[in-house]
Design a protein around this ligand. Structure first.
Ligand SMILES: [Zn+2]
Ligand SMILES: [Zn+2]
Ligand SMILES: [Zn+2]
Ligand SMILES: [Zn+2]
Length: 170
């Protein structure tokens, strides 16, 4: 007899409900990666800072998109940024200045106004593409200059897998 309503816990292998939010045996959380849709082991979870709404990623799935290509150099000193300590700390870094010369924004990341709506990380415009979705806009009615619609930015790789997002043309 097989129970189709259960699946092995990704952390301990105990059979748990496909709808379980937590494994009763090991207390591991049951979350799936937004990018690859596969369950995530607790130690591999990357949850964007400040998000507690079920959106999570494998560290590796997200980190792959944050590999600085060797062609990207600091605009001020010319150092290859992929070879500096900036690469290792990019996902969690609060300081994204050039480790070599201190140039404040060598990757073109706009940390406040241009964080991705899905993963919460900055969009580094030096090597990532920012996209917008029709379904994710904020409407501000009370602006002195009249109503304003602001579209939330996404990484292109996040937008493709974000539920309900409809990409806007470039
Ligand atoms: Zn478990
Ligand atoms: Zn994944
Ligand atoms: Zn530099
Ligand atoms: Zn993103």
């Amino acid at each position: 007899m097989t129970n189709t309503g259960t699946t092995p816990c990704v952390n301990c292998g105990h059979f748990i409900s496909k709808n379980a939010q937590k494994c009763p045996k090991c207390s591991g959380e049951c979350v799936s990666c937004l990018l690859c849709k596969q369950p995530i082991k607790t130690k591999e979870v990357y949850r964007p800072h400040g998000r507690n709404d079920g959106y999570a990623f494998h560290k590796n799935c997200l980190g792959f998109h944050f590999l600085i290509p060797p062609s990207v150099a600091c605009p001020d000193c010319g150092v290859e940024l992929s070879s500096t300590k900036l690469q290792g700390s990019l996902l969690k870094a609060t300081d994204i200045s050039c480790p070599d010369c201190g140039s404040p924004d060598p990757l073109g990341g706009r940390r406040v106004t241009c964080s991705c709506y899905a993963c919460g990380c900055p969009v580094f415009t030096a090597f990532q593409t920012a996209r917008k979705s029709y379904n994710h806009s904020s409407y501000y009615e009370n602006c002195p200059s009249g109503p304003v619609t602001n579209y939330h930015p996404f990484h292109d790789f996040c937008l493709a897998s974000y539920p309900g997002a409809t990409p806007m043309p470039d």
